[in-house]
Design a protein. Structure first.
Length: 157
């Protein structure tokens, strides 16, 4: 269990990441709670499920408390029925680049057209190399949080 998530989030400027991806998986997720102080997410991916609790982000939006437990797919699907309105569907690509892993989310359905990359870091000021397809940083911009995208999807911006 990791209890502190430190990550930065970016827009993606081209689809060149697809050629560099080591994997691609479909994710569907909903939220049992989207309170600004905490979110509770249910996710299915690759035949497994996950329940994740995230705390409020720090001032920079770079770090926050995170707790996650694996569920069976059946448990996750049952919990999805209890979620608030709105779900997220996306393809996640994993890209190994300069000793780091970037996760690129290509959103579907009401968020079609939005592509975001995230990188998890060991500390907030960690320096890392940027792939050419990495665009503008959107770390801490609440409209790009998955919980926000269920309430105000990209197509409504």
């Amino acid at each position: 269990m990791r209890d502190l998530e430190i990550e930065r989030k970016f827009l993606v400027s081209s689809d060149a990441y697809k050629k560099e991806a080591s994997s691609k998986i479909k994710i569907v997720q909903g939220f049992l709670n989207t309170h600004p102080e905490r979110t509770v997410r249910v996710r299915t991916m690759g035949g497994s499920g996950f329940l994740t609790v995230k705390g409020k982000s720090n001032a920079s939006g770079t770090s926050r408390f995170e707790w996650e437990r694996e569920l069976t797919d059946k448990e996750a699907l049952a919990l999805m029925k209890l979620c608030e309105p709105g779900t997220i569907a996306k393809y996640r690509y994993r890209i190994h680049f300069a000793d780091k892993i970037f996760e690129v989310d290509e959103f579907l359905e009401d968020n079609l057209g939005l592509v975001l990359a995230e990188i998890e870091l060991n500390h907030e000021n960690e320096v890392f190399k940027r792939p050419k397809w990495l665009g503008e940083e959107v770390t801490g911009q609440v409209q790009y949080y998955n919980s926000s995208l269920t309430q105000k999807p990209f197509k409504k911006w």
